[in-house]
Write a protein of this length. Structure first.
Length: 380
């Protein structure tokens, strides 16, 4: 790359990183608010909360990068054009393609990394997040006991714990179980903890008592130092992790296992997601081309380019919304998947057509001087 090319690329790279960081922070905040439920209601640790939040970031980054490129392109190109640096490039004999090539190379590089994220990083992160959410949802310690509340995790079973600390230790535990034969059993303990023994979930209670009212009306009382309560009947052993289309790799989207009922019924949805993985990186090129069209696609103006920027911003928003609409429509008609590529490529062609159609002046008038009034008494 020549010196001027590196200079233009540096001017674009800084605002792009800044805009991407700012938008990623906003996306991270929104994801944090949505996953806050796992801390409040499911009593999960801060590590689980942070892990779920970070695993959702690859998909969010792919969504915000075109916007970051568009904003950064507008900021950097507007400054370069207003300070006549781009005009100097044209006056120095640089072609229009030479001027815009650093911006397009930057967008193409980001599009390549977005494609890598779509094909490999996003499905791996989405699967890890799905597994983590499954473990949170099926966490017996969170679903069985709520601090200071009577809960009924299963028919005929009532559980109460006065306090639950951060390590999952239960204090002042109360369990009442009613059996189908009419008998009832009540357990009280000073301390309890959920663990696993021989692959089965159990509740170990210490320093407590067991009161059993048999079906014959006989009350049996037993005190114990340690008692193991089997929780395996409460587990949903038949429940498995189900991967959504966003969690699957590209070959699983294009070549689903049609012997499975769910994949056969959702074959078009999987196909639409697969084409979207390949098409969405193109929006990075599209949005950079729209930014170039907004600034370079018209004549130089000292008053700014607010009208053109507003127009291209509207075009960018409509283009992206159309992409989402077409992706949803592809779940009903497979042939519409071609539009997932036509929309970004068509918008890119339209924007670059505006850039190359506009004629630019290669000359800067530096000979004009302000006319000074002649001093009094000077000869005419």
């Amino acid at each position: 790359m020549r010196l001027i090319d590196r200079y233009l690329l540096r001017q674009l790279l800084g605002p792009t990183l800044l805009a991407a960081t700012a938008l990623a922070g906003v996306a991270l905040l929104s994801q944090t608010l949505s996953t806050l439920d796992y801390i409040v209601n499911q009593r999960q640790s801060a590590f689980v909360f942070l892990k779920i939040t970070l695993l959702a970031m690859p998909q969010l980054v792919n969504m915000i990068m075109p916007v970051a490129i568009f904003v950064a392109g507008l900021v950097a190109l507007n400054r370069l054009h207003t300070e006549q640096e781009i005009v100097v490039c044209f006056a120095g004999g640089m072609s229009r393609w030479r001027v815009i090539s650093p911006a397009l190379r930057l967008a193409a590089t980001i599009a390549f990394f977005a494609l890598v994220l779509n094909l490999f990083v996003q499905p791996a992160a989405a699967r890890a997040m799905r597994n983590e959410l499954f473990q949170v949802r099926t966490d017996l310690a969170a679903s069985l006991v709520r601090e200071g509340e009577f809960t009924e995790p299963a028919p005929g079973l009532t559980v109460y714990a006065q306090t639950v600390d951060g390590q999952g230790n239960l204090r002042n535990l109360f369990i009442h179980q009613t059996k189908p034969d009419g008998s009832a059993t009540t357990y009280t303990a000073d301390y309890g903890r959920i663990t696993r023994q021989q692959g089965r979930p159990v509740l170990i209670m210490r320093n407590g008592s067991n009161q059993e009212f048999s079906e014959r009306g006989v009350l049996n009382f037993l005190s114990f130092d340690e008692y193991t309560f089997d929780l395996s009947p409460l587990t949903r052993s038949n429940e498995l992790v189900h991967y959504k289309p966003s969690d699957r790799y590209l070959h699983e989207l294009f070549f689903p296992d049609l012997q499975q009922d769910w994949e056969r019924r959702n074959r078009l949805s999987l196909l639409a997601e697969g084409h979207a993985r390949l098409a969405t990186p193109l929006y990075n090129l599209t949005f950079m081309a729209l930014a170039l069209s907004a600034i370079i696609g018209g004549g130089f103006s000292r008053l700014g380019y607010g009208r053109r920027i507003a127009l291209m911003s509207g075009v960018a928003a409509v283009t992206r919304v159309l992409g989402f609409v077409v992706q949803a429509a592809c779940e009903d008609s497979a042939w519409l998947n071609i539009l997932q590529y036509v929309i970004p490529l068509g918008a890119t062609w339209w924007a670059l057509r505006g850039v190359f159609r506009q004629r630019v002046s290669r000359f800067i008038d530096i000979t004009r001087r302000p006319v000074r009034a002649a001093p009094q008494g000077a000869a005419a």
